[in-house]
Write a protein that binds this ligand. Structure first.
Ligand SMILES: Nc1ncnc2c1ncn2[C@@H]1O[C@H](COP(=O)(O)OP(=O)(O)OP(=O)(O)O)[C@@H](O)[C@H]1O
Length: 701
């Protein structure tokens, strides 16, 4: 197919008449996209209606119930325009059917328009919401009106789309109709056996039905059209990941073979024994790195399960083999913490570490860059600054990416381009169910740390109403006197960082009045060195009560902090609460977590808090979260970056995901550059679903 024929799919919606930049931005928002500029016709086509209005109910005036959507076949009796100059009096049209009379009411309507829509003495079909007042029937601004018997009456089943404020349903509908009308016939990208097995309609038929549902059963996510499109979406995702994986694997890795001397030294210096899970993970990783095929492994471990040491052993193995390893963290605070921990553990090892973040400037930066380039630095720790263009590695063997879901596939590739194809280890603290691992990471090997280090005591979790604040303060006073350390997490404020910050500062001042200088504060808007100082003070015990926004949620490790108070816990997602709580219970002291809420609680919030009380098992928490909220939000919208799906749902379509993964692997194996006939169609599928990395990869050959 010639590209020109595909244009209608990919034209920006701003090229439609009536859609200027402003409306395009509103439409983009309904599609969860940032700007209208690059919102394309096909994006509109793939916007599923979330409910439908059924106008088939035709009870007759007398039998229509209050607030019901009904369609009435009316005889128009009388027009009653407002008296001249009385604009606040409505225009009324009286009408009847064989069961009764009704008044149709319009505000600010032009009379000549109404006379045309509802001609006197004629029969007209009118649909809208029924109202009863003092035994009189009325309908204010009917949604639809059409002359009885006209060729083009309104649709009786009407899709309703998620809207953003300011966007009129009519404009959106018009744009969708225009996009559908221009849709060319596309070649089939799904395999024939799969289509036959599942009874999938074609893409064209599926989107047509998506927007013109015939009844409620078409809204079911497993209705054939929706299921087909869900499969398209899943396959596009899996294919993109499979292509990335294939490129990563295609570059042969360098086997990492050290003599074990440095690792032994490190193990001897550890104040604890590795858990069986840690030993197994280390074995897996070392075995992978020992081979010429590149490692692509996900190290998944619940909060506090001890992933860092596993990564460190792998990094040390690279130094032993005469190379380098990097550890990339998602935030400065975390990078700093990793650096401090690792420096301490490697104190007498002779291994040199370097630290590089966006904050490393001037001479210091030049110095670090030189050590990375000439190989003096064996282990390099930092943030995404580690893979910027001017950073050249001497012999990079391993890249460890912590908290991967913040980085995304593209960045993963960029890091990979450094050095001669380093092995990759991705660490994630979020216990993700298998379906999500598949959808977000594709086909990676997985090591799981499922047990916590020995000696950890359960975290006593309680929920309390904020009304009991005085009692809580007493308890905290005792705890501080007993030398314990406490986190106080301030409420999440969705609207703005600034409000969040203000509430944290207020809480800090208030707690400081109670507890004095042992109170510290850390929040996201602080400068990086202020954050470091706040963390240091808490670590050293200079402060004992750390008031924090969610900046500390990921990875912060202060093992002797043993109490956490979370304010407005009902505002947080489950995964986030679990991450937060994971900041305590990291040492051998018994810990507790107090979830403060402000009632009354909704059903979901109640369920969330109750799950938190019941279990500390991150995988269970994640499964429950998936059930309560749907996968798009599993990781909390703020930290997400995980793919949200438009039509697929991991809950409903788990079986399709598994099939899509196998399908994608098979495709990439048979036709790695997607050059066959089906390959060309699949390229289009990638375009349609915006799998930009994959498209770029294919272009690069
Ligand atoms: N086998 C072990 N026995 C005892 N303590 C351990 C063991 N392994 C790690 N630790 C300690 O447990 C704490 C948590 O480890 P680490 O910071 O690596 O956790 P993590 O898996 O990165 O968790 P999170 O994702 O929550 O940051 C650290 O203080 C670490 O020193």
């Amino acid at each position: 197919m010639r590209p020109a024929e595909l244009d209608p799919l990919f034209v920006p919606i701003t090229s439609y008449s009536g859609i200027g930049p402003k409306i395009a931005d509103l439409i983009a928002r309904a599609l969860d996209r940032e700007s209208g500029d690059d919102t394309r016709a096909v994006d509109l086509i793939l916007l599923p209606p979330h409910r439908l209005i059924d106008r088939r109910h035709r009870p007759g005036v007398a039998f229509a119930q209050e607030s019901e959507i009904v369609t009435l076949s009316l005889h128009i009796d009388r027009h009653m325009p407002p008296p001249p100059g009385r604009r606040n009096v409505p225009y009324r049209v009286l009408a009847h059917d064989e069961t009764g009379e009704i008044a149709l009411t319009f505000f600010n309507a032009r009379s000549n328009w109404l006379e045309k829509q509802l001609p006197l003495g004629e029969k007209v079909l009118v649909s809208g919401r029924m109202e009863w007042f003092n035994g009189r029937a009325s309908m204010v601004h009917p949604d639809r009106m059409a002359r009885e018997g006209s060729d083009d009456p309104f649709p009786v089943i009407e899709p309703v789309y998620p809207l953003t404020a300011g966007l009129s349903p009519r404009i959106l509908q018009k744009a969708i109709d225009a996009a559908l009308e221009a849709l060319p016939v596309l070649p089939e990208w799904q395999s024939k056996p799969l289509i036959d097995k599942n009874g999938f309609p074609s893409f064209g038929d599926s989107v047509a039905r998506l927007h013109a549902p015939r009844d409620h059963s078409d809204m079911d996510p497993n209705a054939p059209a929706r299921r087909r499109l869900a499969y398209d979406e899943l396959l596009a995702g899996q294919l993109s990941l499979a292509l990335v994986r294939q490129r990563i694997r295609a570059l042969t890795g360098k086997p990492v073979r050290g003599d074990g001397r440095l690792r032994e030294q490190l193990m001897a210096a550890l104040p604890f024994h590795l858990t069986t899970g840690q030993i197994q993970a280390v074995d897996d990783i070392l075995a992978d790195m020992n081979s010429e095929e590149r490692m692509l492994r996900l190290l998944q471990g619940d909060v506090g399960s001890g992933k860092t040491i596993v990564a460190l052993i792998a990094l040390v193995a690279c130094v032993e083999a005469g190379g380098q390893g990097v550890l990339m963290a998602p935030t400065e605070v975390l990078a700093n913490q990793h650096f401090a921990t690792i420096m301490r553990l490697l104190e007498n090892s002779g291994i040199r570490c370097a630290f590089l973040t966006g904050r490393t400037k001037g001479r210091e930066r030049a110095d670090v860059l030189e050590k990375i380039e000439n190989g003096q630095a064996g282990i390099i720790i930092g943030t995404h600054a580690l893979f910027q263009e001017n950073v050249n590695y001497y012999n990079l063997l391993l890249a460890v990416v912590d908290e991967q879901h913040r980085f995304g596939v593209h960045q993963r590739l960029r890091l990979t381009a450094k050095g001669a194809a380093p092995h990759m280890l991705v660490m994630t603290a979020t216990p993700i169910p298998r379906t999500l691992v598949l959808s977000a990471f594709g086909d990676m090997d997985v090591s799981r740390l499922s047990e916590k280090p020995a000696g950890r005591k359960p975290i006593a979790t309680a929920t309390m109403s904020i009304d009991r604040l005085p009692e809580i303060l007493d308890r905290l006073r005792n705890a501080i006197d007993a030398g314990r350390k406490i986190y106080w997490i301030c409420p999440l404020v969705e609207e703005s960082d600034l409000v969040e910050l203000m509430s944290a500062e207020k809480r800090f001042e208030w707690l400081k009045e109670h507890f004095g200088t042992v109170t510290g504060l850390i929040h996201g808007r602080m400068k990086a060195d202020e954050k470091d100082t706040a963390m240091q003070d808490f670590k050293s015990g200079k402060t004992r009560l750390l008031v924090a926004t969610t900046v500390i949620e990921v990875g912060v490790d202060v093992p002797d902090a043993s109490i956490m108070v979370i304010e407005h816990a009902e505002r947080f997602g489950l995964a986030q609460l679990h991450q937060l709580r994971g900041r305590v219970g990291r040492g051998d002291e018994a810990s507790s977590c107090i979830l403060l809420y402000k009632g009354p609680l909704g059903a979901t919030a109640k369920a969330r808090l109750s799950i938190m009380r019941q279990t500390e098992d991150g995988f269970r928490v994640a499964e429950e979260d998936l059930r309560l909220r749907g996968e798009g939000e599993l990781l909390g919208t703020r930290q997400s970056g995980m793919p949200g799906f438009r039509l697929a749902s991991l809950d409903v379509h788990a079986d399709l995901l598994e099939t899509a993964r196998n399908d994608a692997r098979h495709i990439v194996h048979e036709d790695p550059s997607l050059s066959s006939e089906r390959g060309a169609a699949l390229r289009m599928l990638l375009h349609i679903w915006r799998k930009d990395e994959a498209v770029r990869l294919l272009r690069a050959g």
